[in-house]
Design a protein around this ligand. Structure first.
Ligand code: MN
Length: 738
């Protein structure tokens, strides 16, 4: 072997030799030579020999502190896919063993998760990724390193490809790195993704940061010196790191909180790393003595670590000249975990992993996979994935002092189920800090929550499915209904289907309806109609999911002549009016049992003045009082008796119900504008129900249906959208269709 042929991995070998771990250098060299041979003649788009990519990935894998097999897999990760005529997985297994083959296979199978893919493909890919992770988390570490290098070299790709890769990185890989506590990788991924999604915004902020930093170049240095001399005086060994915020975190803050660059509060930060936990608190006291602290900014993640294992003390203080800065105080171990997350366990506990601990931290992955196999509903799964991976956490205490982490907005019911299934199922009430509270209340950080259970409880209520926030609680409630209440579920499901048929005016006999349901049930893999009714009843599948399938089947094989034109129905005498409450959040003066639906032409929102219009066959439709369709209906005298009073009745604090609203956004063409809009909506937790875009010379019109809580919420969404760069006009669409 000529020395020259080894040159490309010299740097890698050096890294390996300088690390404090024992690596099997022979095996790694063998993997390199093999990969080099396989990729021979292949070039990257940048013109470099292909092998430069696996080597770069392997270097990142080494700096994460992973083991020999992971390094080998990093070197080999593209061979099976890119060189199918030269090698295959069995070959790799024979030469390098089971683990290496498992990793290569895992990394290969995680196909690009294109956020614009068809829903099914998209979900299938996320599911594959989670499955690969649950088999061995090192697969994901290697994949993240692979993605990091691809982002570093993304500039060679075409525009559309860049954007797709950057979006995927922003929506899937960066949150994943965050969830695994891998801060360093997360920040790098986010910054690169932003650079490609909004190049102008990125450059602007970067220039601002450089400028601000340039003006205060001595600021961090002075503070560092000041703090350092005080620490030396009391004999505490320490390491100090000064830093400024990353471009992405500034960007996010500016957009999230609608702030200007100058209003970013914690632009500077000082990290103090000491030896022991006790010293962390000593140093905190010292800092608060040296500088004025900003109230409400102190956080103790040492006694209450974040679920991604992050531990540190945070406080914000005011420095000289009134410039605020954040101080993070932690031990060396905590600092390693903060940067490398779960990977830190491989780095510093050479080989033997404290598996119990790690398994517990990765619990959420298997819970997510359970959600998917359990519900058959891709929407639900994606929702669960988003909630579980993007959530911010609330920490609450049990009366015994155990800490339970819940996603932000989780309710006391979620809390009960996170303690134990039995506790949730027998829950009859709860106390927050010793006081009785409604079970749908959302506990705050630091609350002590006590669940009141009773053996005579009849079990959870179906309403809870709409109240709980975590997929864990929802699954457990469904499981209960699935097991305990099959007959009841079937009745509930059947009744809803009948109502759906009536509402959609799908005329057919009972036995025809049964046939339609049976056909659809079989098509989605169920044995008979009762299975489908049961699944609908316990919430394992959503009505909206089957609605279109049932309609299709009806239209295709059962539809008779078109239903007659709507005719006027007899007005009901005023005295017979009863208040009727529907679960739609609207009270209508009218006949009992009428179905209420929201008119698609104006999509009324809670808080707006509304009116009901009696239609034949599908109950009462609710319009905005100033809907143009209503004014034209008013003009026709025949309709005089068909208007009924309607008003909103949304319980305060209800955050569950959402309503659809159509908007139109007029923008100048810019590559990442759609990304900006969808990121803004995602950050406001607004679902996009449908979206389509149309180009009109130089500009685009985006028509979108979003879901929101009420008119105030809607207005806040609109004003946020209007603040996005290059958005010219945002309007609500009313009266477009009937
Ligand atoms: Mn690769």
């Amino acid at each position: 072997m000529l020395a020259e042929e080894l040159r490309p991995i010299e740097q890698l070998i050096e890294l390996l030799e300088n690390s404090n771990k024992k690596y099997d250098l022979e095996k790694i060299k063998k993997a390199f030579l093999y990969a080099d041979e396989m990729h021979k003649g292949q070039l990257r788009q940048s013109g470099e020999p292909y092998i430069s990519h696996p080597i770069a990935v392997a270097e990142s894998v080494v700096s994460l502190g992973l083991d020999t097999d992971s390094v080998c897999a990093a070197l080999l990760h593209d061979t099976v896919e890119d060189c199918p005529d030269k090698t295959n997985l069995d070959e790799v297994r024979k030469l390098f063993g089971d683990d290496v083959a498992l990793f290569v296979d895992g990394v290969t199978k995680i196909k690009s998760i294109n956020v614009e893919d068809k829903e099914e493909t998209h979900i299938e890919n996320i599911r594959k990724m989670l499955l690969a992770m649950s088999r061995d988390i090192r697969v994901i570490f290697i994949k993240l390193c692979d993605r990091m290098h691809n982002m570093r070299t993304l500039y060679v790709k075409k525009d559309a490809k860049r954007r797709a890769t950057a979006l995927e990185t922003m929506h899937v890989y960066a949150p994943l790195a965050h969830r695994l506590g891998m801060q360093r990788i997360k920040q790098e991924l986010e910054n690169y993704a932003l650079m490609y999604l909004d190049p102008i915004g990125y450059q602007e902020i970067k220039a601002n940061i450089d400028d601000k930093f340039g003006k205060n170049v001595n600021f961090i240095e002075n503070i560092t010196n000041h703090v350092s001399s005080r620490l030396e005086a009391i004999d505490i060994k320490h390491k100090l790191k000064g830093r400024v915020k990353t471009v992405y975190s500034v960007y996010r803050k500016m957009y999230n909180q609608n702030k200007s660059f100058d209003e970013i509060y914690d632009f500077y930060a000082l990290r103090i790393i000491v030896d022991t936990e006790l010293e962390c608190y000593t140093v905190l006291g010292l800092i608060h003595e040296m500088y004025k602290s900003v109230p409400g900014r102190f956080k103790d993640y040492i006694s209450t670590p974040k679920p991604n294992m992050y531990q540190s003390l945070h406080t914000t203080v005011i420095g000289k000249d009134g410039i605020p800065f954040e101080v993070q105080i932690r031990t060396r171990d905590m600092d390693h975990v903060a940067e490398y997350g779960i990977a830190a366990h491989w780095k510093y506990k050479s080989g033997e992993k404290s598996s119990v601990d790690i398994d517990k931290k990765l619990d959420w992955i298997s819970k997510l996979i359970d959600t998917e196999t359990d519900t058959r509903d891709p929407d639900e799964f994606l929702h669960a994935f988003k909630i579980d991976i993007f959530h911010d956490e609330t920490f609450v205490f049990t009366p015994k002092g155990d800490v339970i982490a819940l996603p932000l907005g989780a309710t006391l019911i979620d809390f009960a189920y996170s303690i134990h299934t039995g506790v949730g199922n027998k829950m009859i009430g709860a106390k927050i800090n010793g006081r009785i509270a409604p079970i749908d209340s959302q506990p705050k950080n630091g609350d002590i929550v006590e669940v009141i259970t009773s053996n005579s409880s009849k079990g959870p209520s179906r309403d809870w499915l709409n109240i709980v926030k975590t997929s864990e609680a929802r699954n457990k409630i469904r499981q209960w209904f699935k097991k305990e209440k099959r007959q009841e579920n079937i009745a509930v499901g059947k009744n809803e289907i009948e109502k759906m048929f009536n509402r959609k005016r799908m005329a057919c006999t009972d036995s025809e309806r049964e046939e339609i349901v049976l056909t659809v049930a079989k098509r989605i893999g169920m044995v008979d109609a009762n299975d489908l009714y049961n699944a609908l009843g316990y919430g394992g599948i959503s009505y909206t999911k089957v609605e279109s399938k049932l309609t299709d089947e009806y239209e295709k094989n059962y539809k008779k002549e078109a239903p007659k034109e709507i005719s006027v129905i007899e007005p009901t005498p005023q005295s017979a009016f009863k208040k009727r409450k529907s679960n739609s959040g609207v009270i209508v003066d009218g006949e009992e049992g009428c179905a209420v639906k929201f008119a698609k032409c104006c999509n009324p929102l809670p808080g707006e003045v509304i009116i009901g219009f009696i239609t034949k066959g599908y109950g009462i439709s609710i319009h905005k009082a100033d809907c143009p369709n209503i004014s034209s209906a008013f003009a026709n005298e025949d309709n005089a008796d068909r208007f009924v009073k309607a008003e909103w009745d949304i319980p305060s604090g209800n955050t569950v119900s959402t309503y659809e609203s159509a908007i139109q956004i007029f923008v100048t063409n810019r590559i990442s504008i759609l990304a900006d809009i969808s990121v803004a909506l995602a950050e406001m937790k607004v679902d996009i129900v449908s979206i389509n875009t149309k180009n009109v010379d130089g500009a685009s019109i985006i028509n979108m249906t979003i879901s929101c809580k009420n008119i105030e919420h809607f207005n806040s969404i609109i004003s946020r959208l209007r603040n996005i760069k290059d958005v010219i006009r945002v309007t609500r669409v009313i009266g477009a269709s009937t």
